[in-house]
Ligand binder design. Structure first.
Ligand code: AMP
Ligand code: FE
Ligand code: FE
Ligand code: ZN
Length: 286
């Protein structure tokens, strides 16, 4: 029997690098048992109108969000930003700058691949993505698969696009302090997404969590689909000790991340309802 009370605070639509339109995504989340969700596309709020309309029609609770990439030490931190309803002009202005940087980076990736003899054009990747807006590395990966250059999206990342691979080119980004200032000014909430990608052990992450909290980070993504239950428990303890909100989600991207479903991730994910209520309560205080 499908549950009807699942929570998922990390979902991507075709406005960034997911394969489902915002309306399809919300419908799919509903069909998998979600009733309390957040849309967190990369660098854009453009799916939120359609998503909230669909959520309203299905009587679901939806929090607005966006995920931004920030250089951190030698790695990239993904910061989930959760927002109150209403206008976000300052944030949108910064997101437009990030989108322009993304476009420049994307053209540079296409050129670098073509220069190296990979038979790909920027236009093919735009067709794959549906538009230039929200185009990202997963669209390059899918195009390489279609061209027969890579076997799967993961294979394309492993060989060409993942961190440290030849076509992971840098793009314009905000510093963590700039992003946190923008979050504060937007009366929003910041959460470090999939924190193990920062590359620390949970022990080190424990000490860094307090520093992050002091710098203005509000939460930690504890219940992440691709983390083992033991890791989720350790992250839960870290968030609790540092006074950070605990959130969670699948990071569902449709066909761009195989094996994940909204709400349940790889099957065993359960994000406690209090993650959603704590987050909305905290937002209402901002
Ligand atoms: P971009 O924002 O264009 O730099 O692309 C980043 C996106 O690529 C992430 O949000 C993930 O969806 C995806 N991604 C990053 N690394 C990998 C990887 N190693 N394997 C599969 N997908 C990845
Ligand atoms: Fe993504
Ligand atoms: Fe992410
Ligand atoms: Zn994500």
């Amino acid at each position: 029997m499908t549950p009807t009370d699942l929570v998922d605070l990390h979902l991507h639509s075709s406005c960034s690098d997911g394969s489902d339109t915002p309306a399809e995504l919300v419908r799919t989340a509903f069909d998998h048992g979600c009733r309390s969700i957040a849309l967190t596309d990369h660098d854009t709020l453009s799916g939120l109108g359609q998503a909230s309309e669909q959520a309203r029609a299905l009587n679901m609770q939806l929090i607005s969000g966006v995920e931004i990439s920030i250089p951190f030490q030698q790695r990239t931190m993904h910061l989930l930003v959760y927002l109150n309803d209403g206008a976000h002009e300052a944030l949108e202005e910064h997101l437009r700058v990030l989108q322009t940087g993304r476009r420049e980076r994307n053209r540079a990736i296409a050129k670098a691949m073509a220069d190296d003899g990979i038979p790909i054009t920027y236009e093919q990747v735009v067709v794959q993505a549906g538009s230039e807006e929200g185009l990202g590395r997963p669209h390059f990966a899918a195009t390489l698969v279609n061209l027969g250059v890579a076997d799967t999206i993961d294979d394309a990342f492993d060989r060409f696009l993942a961190t440290g691979r030849p076509y992971d080119l840098a793009r314009k980004s905000l510093t963590l302090d700039e992003a946190l200032e923008l979050v504060r000014a937007s009366h929003a909430i910041s959460v470090v997404a999939h924190p193990m990608t920062l590359g620390y052990t949970t022990t080190t992450l424990g000490s860094i969590a307090t520093e992050l909290r002091e710098r203005g980070v509000d939460g930690l993504e504890v219940y992440y689909s691709r983390y083992r239950p033991e890791i989720r428990l350790e992250l839960e303890a870290i968030a609790h000790a540092a006074g950070l909100l605990a959130t969670g989600g699948s990071d569902y991207h449709g066909t761009y991340k195989i094996g994940l479903k909204p709400g349940v991730g790889e099957g065993d994910l359960r994000v406690p309802l209090r993650c959603f209520t704590d987050l909305s309560d905290e937002l209402s205080r901002r």
